[in-house]
Design a protein around this ligand. Structure first.
Ligand code: ZN
Length: 81
């Protein structure tokens, strides 16, 4: 008898306790940062540096936080080259 979950490829390397409930963004964040963007946003912390993420330069940065979970400082580090 074949376990159908064994047929799903590409899931083995992603550590998560709830693989079916996580979208790609959260699985990536969990793999890199150890916390999902959704969890970080719900706690108002940065997904990357875990600092409080309450203040943003502008509306665009605030919206970006709701997507990526990155605080203003980390957004600046990621998006500024
Ligand atoms: Zn940060």
């Amino acid at each position: 008898m074949t376990n159908p979950t064994n047929l799903v490829r590409g899931e083995e390397m992603i550590p998560t306790s709830n693989p079916a409930g996580l979208n790609l963004r959260d699985r990536i964040a969990l793999g890199i940062y150890g916390i999902t963007a959704s969890d970080a946003i719900s706690q108002n912390v940065c997904v990357a540096c875990k600092a409080s993420a309450m203040t943003f330069r502008d509306q665009l940065s605030g919206r970006e936080y709701l997507i990526s979970g990155l605080c203003q400082t980390c957004q600046d580090a990621v998006f500024t080259n």
